[in-house]
Design a protein around this ligand. Structure first.
Ligand code: KG4
Ligand code: ZN
Length: 340
């Protein structure tokens, strides 16, 4: 079964063709990062306009690279939630148009389910497993019970981990998006140079709070400025990264033990982080857990992961009609469309 996937929830316009949820026939990603960098973050109005301009061309390219026509596609999967509403609407309405014109099933895909599905491409991992989803907007520990059943056991109470990376990076003078810059700088610094807090959260032992960590970095920089001194950005990045690794490894290993999982999976843009990847490798080896991480090219936003998840959604008969709408905010456990 060949699924055309469409992703436009943030600042990447991407279209892919994936066969049986695994074999990527094409995955075209057009990033708008250069333009948003001028403003230090994603400007929603610009994102929507660029999606409108690129989506037809990106779709043509994806079909051409896959060597098929729209008539040979078995379904149109599209990210319908969560994300920037104007950006999501471009993909959703375009997908509705294709579905209507070509009489193809329309498959709504939750963006975070897509990030998890990046692991089904090439890793061969199968549910059930415990997954840490880390992106610019999400930090969740999720029980993936099947391809379409999820339970969230921990979430951030404030900033997502990617957001904390980006904000700390900005304060240190790194360009947007700062996560990858912090990762590079961390390799050059001393992780023990600064003691940063590891906030605990009342109520759930698996919830996160990353805003305190980000604020600690801002305070460090401000205090140094007041004394006419400067922090060493590489040392701050290394200390920040070591603290994030401690927090994530602690929650994930404890959760896997408590809920009886022997497989841990990472997903989302921040799962590209070299420090987190090597720390989780070491922790999983020590604790005899299997570990799956998406290949780097599928960590960030892309449509191959949407097409992969779309395959499992259609197997579960989760198709929508022309009344499908985009939703800016939606839990991974929810579905906000009428099944037809
Ligand atoms: O999944 P994603 O591409 O988009 C969202 O769904 O949010 O994640 C983007 C986030 C950004 O915050 C970016 O800075 C972060 O992932 N990121 C990283 C790295 N690569 C991307 N954070 C830390 N280390 C990296 N290597
Ligand atoms: Zn994403």
């Amino acid at each position: 079964m060949k699924i055309l996937g469409i992703e436009s929830s943030c600042d990447e316009t991407s279209v892919a063709v994936v066969e049986d949820g695994k074999k990527v026939l094409s995955n075209v990603v057009v990033s708008q990062i250069e333009e948003h960098r001028l403003y230090g973050g994603v400007v929603p109005e610009i994102a929507s306009r660029r999606h409108c301009e690129s989506i037809v061309k990106v779709t043509d390219l994806a079909l051409e690279e896959a060597g098929i026509t729209l008539d040979e596609v078995d379904g149109i999967a599209v990210t319908y939630a969560p994300g920037l509403i104007g950006a999501l609407l471009v993909g959703v309405n375009f997908a509705k148009g294709l579905s209507l014109a070509k009489h193809k099933p329309l498959i709504p895909v939750h963006h975070i389910r897509g990030h998890i599905a990046a692991n089904y491409i090439s890793n061969g991992v199968k549910p059930p497993f415990l997954c840490m989803v880390m992106s610019g907007g999400h930090s969740h520990i999720v029980e993936v019970k099947s391809y379409t059943e999820f339970r969230v056991i921990g979430r951030t109470r404030d900033d997502a981990v990617g957001e904390a990376y980006d904000k700390a990076a900005r304060a240190l003078g790194f360009p947007y998006p700062g996560g990858v810059e912090m990762d590079k700088a961390a390799k050059l610094g001393n992780p023990k140079a600064y003691q940063l807090p590891k906030p605990r959260v009342d109520g759930s032992q698996y919830d996160f709070s990353f805003s305190g960590l980000k604020t600690a970095v801002l305070n460090l920089i401000n205090r140094a400025n007041q004394k006419g001194e400067q922090v060493n950005p590489n040392d701050v990045a290394a200390s920040f990264q070591a603290t994030v690794c401690d927090i994530i490894a602690d929650r994930l290993i404890r959760a896997a033990k408590e809920f009886g999982y022997d497989k841990i999976v990472l997903a989302g843009g921040v799962s590209a982080n070299s420090g987190i990847r090597s720390r989780m490798e070491a922790e999983c080896r020590k604790n005899h857990f299997g570990l799956c991480m998406p290949p780097l090219k599928y960590c960030g936003d892309n449509a191959a992961m949407i097409a992969a998840q779309g395959y499992y959604e259609i197997l579960d008969a989760k198709t929508a009609g022309m009344d499908l709408n985009a939703t800016a905010s939606l839990s991974i456990t929810e579905e906000n469309f009428r099944v037809v």
